[in-house]
Design a protein. Structure first.
Length: 373
């Protein structure tokens, strides 16, 4: 049998031979344009000149693909390997995103109210008030839920050529957003949120981003994201080396512009397993304190998707309080906040607010079962 050293020498010689004849696997150099990459799979018979005609806005710039991917021979590519194309070189079509729901007050840059059904194009800005919440649906069906006291700009929304892939980038200097990236989205699709401190880029996952004047935090509830610090005035340049943040973890970027090592998110608080019934006009719900929590965030909505928001509050003690409620059914969501400011897993309970003067009980002697809207 060949020794390990012998195998390594054989592999090295074979790699050198492939490089000499122009068949070395496609590598990736640092992007000359500073933009993210769009990846395509090379098929039998492909050449760089042909791929340039198919994908580039200016086909004559195909030598940039050769340089970017460190390709020796542009006419001899390995089928099945990957070609990285800087997004700035692609022939693209503008896309629009749609506002699917609005709760409370939210306005555009010109001061007009944001309304359900609004179509947003590149450059559109939304600002939510203390009671404002906006859900935005992307072209591929993914959603972004902008929370209260947030400032969001759609910087880039494009259809990438030759596929169903899209590229979407938001700028959020302040506020909070929750993203649900559609699992069935095209593999080459890109989604990114940038703040004044960091970039969170994702494919097929759920995560949150929070930003203020001191830094940026992110929490991943499903999948994995790439989290990177951004230098001041980064513009459209690609972020530096990113840190992968897996499901159930979070990270922060402060003035250092570097993400901290992933931190495990706190577990969901222990809310009641059965619906809670209380009388209008107030809700007060005590729950056990969670070890490691310094505060809690509570949100109340009239629907299970939290598009019809009633209100939210940050609690210093494990006690949720809401007032001014009308009789009806609600959904309460509570999560713990740790010493880093990272928000943990959600706990949810159905809440029934009964009239001041209940009209009566069911035949069983108890209120009818509560159902989320």
């Amino acid at each position: 049998m060949m020794s390990i050293i012998g195998l390594l020498k054989f592999a090295l010689r074979w790699t050198l031979v492939l490089a000499l004849i122009g068949l070395a696997p496609v590598g990736r150099a640092a992007s000359d344009s500073g933009s993210p990459d769009f990846e395509v799979t090379i098929e039998q018979g492909d050449t760089l000149t042909g791929l340039g005609k198919r994908w580039l806005a200016d086909p004559k710039r195909w030598p940039e693909l050769q340089r970017h991917n460190k390709i020796q021979n542009p006419k001899r590519l390995i089928p099945g390997s990957t070609l990285a194309i800087p997004v700035s070189l692609l022939h693209e079509k503008p896309a629009v995103v749609t506002v699917s729901s609005v709760s409370g007050e939210a306005r555009k840059a010109d001061g007009t109210p944001v309304a359900t059904g609004d179509r947003l194009r590149e450059g559109a800005t939304i600002k939510t008030a203390d009671n404002g919440y906006v859900t935005i649906k992307l072209v591929d069906g993914s959603t972004l839920r902008l929370q209260s006291k947030s400032d969001l700009t759609l910087e880039r929304a494009r259809h990438l050529p030759g596929s169903d892939a899209t590229e979407t980038r938001f700028q959020m200097p302040a506020g909070q957003a929750e993203v649900r990236f559609k699992p069935g989205a095209a593999k080459a699709s890109r989604f990114e949120i940038r703040t004044g401190f960091a970039s969170a880029a994702v494919r097929g996952t759920e995560f949150r981003v929070g930003a203020d004047a001191r830094g940026t935090r992110t929490e991943v509830t499903e999948g994995t994201i790439a989290f990177a610090g951004l230098p001041p005035n980064a513009g459209a340049a690609a972020p530096a080396d990113a840190v992968p943040i897996p499901e159930g973890y979070g990270s922060i970027v402060d003035e250092s512009r570097k993400p901290v090592a992933p931190v495990r998110l706190l577990a969901a608080p222990a809310l009641p397993q059965q619906p809670v019934f209380q009388q209008a006009p107030a809700l007060r719900l005590d729950f056990p304190p969670l070890e490691g929590a310094v505060s809690y965030r509570a949100r109340l909505a009239a629907d299970a998707e939290f598009q019809q928001m009633i209100g939210e509050t940050v609690l210093s003690q494990p006690q949720a309080n809401f007032s001014g409620l009308k009789a009806g059914s609600y959904v309460l969501k509570v999560r713990a906040i740790d010493r880093y400011g990272l928000e943990g897993r959600d706990a949810i309970v159905l809440v029934g607010i009964l009239p001041d003067q209940p009209p009566g009980l069911s035949k069983s002697g108890s209120p009818a079962p509560l159902k989320a809207r």
